[in-house]
Write a protein that binds this ligand. Structure first.
Ligand code: CO
Length: 132
């Protein structure tokens, strides 16, 4: 893993959170994007080498909707940039981590993504992402 690519934050109202994070970071967002497959709308802010990704559910069966139902707004996942996502999946499986999707899927911001189950990572939802 090369660096923290972004930190994902689950929010209930993306429009309000866009305004809040713009005020917090002193920056405007550089991208908003809907990922239909995941049922999310995302916004991205660049903070140095790392990004902040805000995630709002676009439908009630979205993982983010379920997350907000069970928990609350806040840090949802940490995403690490990897050079070769398939090689990382093999390495992490061998190392005993539980992979949620072994086949990388299309994520936001031109990335292939794989998630690790939080029960194998001290409660942290870990995303691996590889630039496409
Ligand atoms: Co993410």
């Amino acid at each position: 893993m090369r660096k923290i690519e972004h930190i994902g934050i689950a929010v209930a109202d993306l429009e309000k959170s866009n305004e809040l994070f713009a005020r917090l970071l002193g920056k405007t967002l550089f991208k908003t994007e809907i990922v239909e497959g995941e049922g999310v709308q995302t916004s991205f802010f660049q903070v140095g080498e790392t990004k902040v990704e805000l995630l709002q559910a676009t439908r009630t069966d979205s993982p983010i909707a379920k997350y907000l139902e069970k928990k609350a707004e806040g840090v949802h996942h940490i995403a690490f940039d990897v050079e070769d996502i398939n090689a990382e999946v093999i390495r992490l499986k061998k190392a005993g981590f539980e992979i949620l999707n072994e086949t990388p899927k299309q994520g936001a911001d031109n990335k292939l993504v794989v998630f690790l189950h939080p029960r194998s990572t001290n409660g942290v939802l870990v995303e691996l992402c590889q630039e496409i």
